[in-house]
Ligand binder design. Structure first.
Ligand code: UDX
Length: 429
């Protein structure tokens, strides 16, 4: 099919490349002409494993092009994916400004060209947004508004887009469903077909539930620390129950990223606007907000205060294999450490330059052992493999004191103790 993907950010670019790999003819559209120029020169603007190579190969095959307007190749599209950002607005609700600007463009370009097409919303949007879009496009009878939320994870985005766990399609007409059946013919995962509004809620509910699991484990980790129990073993014992499952039970310094923080508050706003208090979700956010403070408290107690103490922070991005630092929990931790007078050094394989703009007081080094040199404590904030697999002898030799805080429960606790480190994990010791 001919597909136009509007918005070439994380979701858009991975969607475009994956659909091209599935054999569709795709044009990626972005209003940012500089970005389009880069993309045309085969340069991928985001760091995502495998994406640039895959993008180049589908471009070479002629299945993927880029443009800055809907008035070119996109005019032929059978499906128009809307993949623009829906950032958090001042009150926490999703800002739909970019989305409605695209809808206006779609209306202007396709109203005079009445061929059956799907206008597919992949951006994460509050329940009812698809209905509003359908109203706005009401007189363009051949434009079918469809909700098809995206569940890809940064760091494995292309694989997730190529082999999704499920495809959720929310639509209001048989014609719309048949367009999507044709588009996803080559995919083998389960498909959930429902109304637009239900599909929209599935997306928010999924992210909110995953965030809930994490905050639940993080709160339990606080208790586990006091009880002297091991949260990792608790998680394993829980996860073997097929009703619970093993995923997303990892305690740590909290969740970050572009989705969980933004989508949980947006869902709270949806609840509020509809007169329903989502109290569990409020607590999920509260636990996540206070988890970095709780971690800093552990470090403070272990070091007998933070003033003048040297703390090395390993890993800055919100999770490994991404350059994304949005809502990364390393940031409030660094802020608090600096606030209390600690001397902070930091290392990350990709994100140091971005973080340096926020925290120029921190010293950054390309070498982990240089970051650890003279440190009174090291904190693992993001479980990059470079930060997890250390030469422990060397680490101990360069640090001023052998004190480790494992904010991701990823260091080998027994091994490091054998090397003489004092080890403290999240909910385990
Ligand atoms: C998430 C959803 O997983 C994805 O389906 C959705 O489309 C977008 O939001 P992403 O933000 O890329 O994806 O990352 P994810 O792997 O889900 O991790 C989010 C955060 O939770 C990270 O900061 C991670 O460190 C943290 N996390 C995850 C935990 O603290 N514990 C866990 O058990 C799992």
């Amino acid at each position: 099919m001919n597909v136009a993907v509007i918005g070439t950010g994380y979701v858009g670019l991975n969607t475009a490349v994956s659909l091209a790999l599935h054999g569709h003819r795709v044009v990626g559209i972005d209003v940012d002409e500089e970005k389009v120029k880069q993309l045309k020169q085969r340069h991928c603007p985001i760091y995502e494993p495998g994406l640039e190579e895959a993008m180049r190969s589908v471009m070479d095959q002629g299945n993927l092009h880029f443009d800055h307007t809907l008035n070119g190749e996109a005019k032929e599209a059978d499906i128009l994916f809307i993949c623009v950002g829906t950032p958090e607005s001042a009150d926490g609700s999703a800002d739909l400004g970019y989305l409605f600007a695209v809808v206006e463009d779609v209306r202007a370009v396709y109203a005079s060209n009445p061929v059956r097409r799907g206008v597919v919303i992949k951006s994460t949007v509050p329940v009812g947004t698809g209905d509003r879009v359908a109203e706005l496009l009401g007189d363009c009878k051949e434009l079918h508004v469809i909700s098809n939320p995206e569940f890809l994870r940064e760091g494995s985005a292309l694989q997730d887009a190529l082999n999704p766990s499920r495809i959720v399609i929310g639509a209001e007409s048989a014609a719309a469903f048949s367009l999507m059946d044709e588009l996803y013919e080559g995919y083998s995962c389960p498909m959930v077909k429902t109304t637009r509004r239900t599909a929209e809620l599935i997306k928010y509910a999924s992210n909110a539930f995953l965030a809930t699991r994490i905050s639940f484990m993080n709160e339990l980790a606080r208790l586990s620390t006091v009880l002297g129990t091991d949260i990792e073993t608790v998680a394993r014992g829980m996860g073997l129950d097929s009703r619970i499952g093993p995923e997303f039970l990892r305690a740590g310094i909290g969740y970050g990223g572009s989705c969980f923080p933004k989508d949980t508050i947006a869902l709270l706003q949806v609840g509020k606007r509809n007169g329903v208090k989502l109290s569990i979700l409020e607590q999920v956010r509260e636990v996540n907000r206070t988890q970095p403070e709780w971690c800093v408290q552990l470090i403070r107690e272990q070091l007998g205060g933070l003033h003048g103490k040297r703390v090395a922070v390993l890993g800055l991005s919100f999770k490994p294999d991404t350059d994304d630092i949005r809502e990364s929990r390393s940031l409030p931790i660094i802020k608090q450490l600096l606030h209390e007078g600690a001397i902070v050094s930091a290392y990350d394989p990709i994100s140091m330059e971005t973080v340096a703009k926020l925290y120029p007081q921190v010293s950054y080094a390309d070498d982990i052992y240089a970051t650890l040199t003279g440190a009174d404590a090291a904190l693992l904030a993001t479980e990059w493999k470079q930060c997890v697999n250390l030469d422990w002898q060397k680490a101990k030799a360069v640090m001023a004191k052998p004190v480790l805080f494992d904010g991701r429960n990823a260091w080998p606790s027994e091994l490091v103790k054998q090397y003489g480190f004092a080890y403290q994990g999240v909910g385990r010791s």
